[in-house]
Write a protein that binds this ligand. Sequence first.
Ligand code: SF4
Length: 505
Amino acid sequence: MKKIEINEVFKEDWNRVLNHIANLFYEDSKIVVSAEDAELSFRFQHSIDEDYTIHTACNLTVDGQKYTSNYSIHYETEGTEKEQGIRMKRALSHVMLDVLEQFTGMIQQWGILTGVRPTKLYHNYRKQGKSDEEIYAILKKDFRISDSKIALMSEIVKRQLITIPDLDELGKEISVYIGVPFCPTKCAYCTFPAYAIQSNRKAGRVESFIDGLHIEIRAMGKWLKDNNMNITSVYWGGGTPTSIEADEMDALYKTMFEAFPNPEKIREITVEAGRPDTITPEKIEVLKKWGIDRISVNPQSYTDETLKAIGRHHTVQETIEKFWLSRESGMNNINMDLIIGLPNEGIEEFQHSLDESAKMQPESLTVHTLSFKRASEMTHNKDKYKVADRDTVTKMMDMASSWTKENGYVPYYLYRQKNILGNLENVGYCKPSEESIYNIVIMEEVQTILGIGCGASTKFVNPTSGKITQFHNPKDPAAYIMTFEEAIEKKVEMLNELYNTQVKQ
Ligand code: SF4
């Protein structure tokens, strides 16, 4: 761990932000005030003028060499206490990042932006009436984001507005997420609610979960119908929702179409079929019967050793076969996920994954960068997994970007995660007009996503203020079976509170 000293006791949340900045350069760092064994000592200064101009400065001296940065930003209004805190955190991050870039020679493409949703920030400025040029200037000067990342954000925002021209008015509808928490086995990097289906079936939990899910879909559908609320998109995730049997899927889709209001107005229904080992001709027939034509078949990698190392228990051959089975059975909107930086993978393996993808040309390709999520097996046993260095990971991201361009794909959504390799991002690419509406609405937080089933989070987005509140269904099927009725009640209460107040306004 790298101990980093600062000259002042900052508020806890200021410290946290500065720690994020330090972690962009050092994998594991800790900010402390006055420590004799500190490896780097930063001296900060900060002040606010009466006209709301913030000034920050930062100095670092190492082996007699001095690195300094000064920054000022003017705001038109005093802002709320919360806004003032955000402004100061940004201004301090700005000078610290600048000094660390000078000292290490390492340039951070995302600048001081450590959040998950860069394009939401872009949309916010757009909705304030700012032009692309004005937004570019802000992102460049105040956030220190590189030209190429700003161009990516701008391209994605434009694509999203082509896909969903009424994006800014989508708050009057809702999207639905339905979580089925079972998978054939658990992958090593996984933090999703995913439980091995065989043992749960033996314990009777799969059937009980499905019974509860029917009830929850009906109850939520009733609220939507009673409140004349249309659904924009539905996403079946998990787990792997194709882990259950074909007849179980069929019955659940029947319930969904009966329960949900105006199903003909739903713009998109996606079913994750992430694990190729769960796909069968019978299940594809069920998907087709209900008109569900967007699925995800996720290779992650086209190297068998990698799949084994991350515990996926299916082969590359199986991915390819299941892709073609789906395609030949009439599935005409297939997404495939790849992960950059999987254990023991470098340029060669990733190039191989791209070459294989080229043969299939799925409608969309989502390129993730591996992130070490706190709860995953991979993070707990980090030493066991050898992953590529920052330069290699960056190169692989560039390869994905060029490959998608050459193969006629466009980027349409993007998000970032904490502890993501190389401080990079995850990007969803697709053939033009094959964008996933759900992926856009969830990333840009433009409407409520109603979560149904195991591990499903409901994100209530206030259509007027954009304020977000959340409710989490239990992750574990055993807990879900015991408590789903309470979850229904609570969500109905929260929906009433949010939308009935809105209607009155
Ligand atoms: S297939 Fe997906 S949800 Fe299932 S264990 Fe693997 S990563 Fe987790």
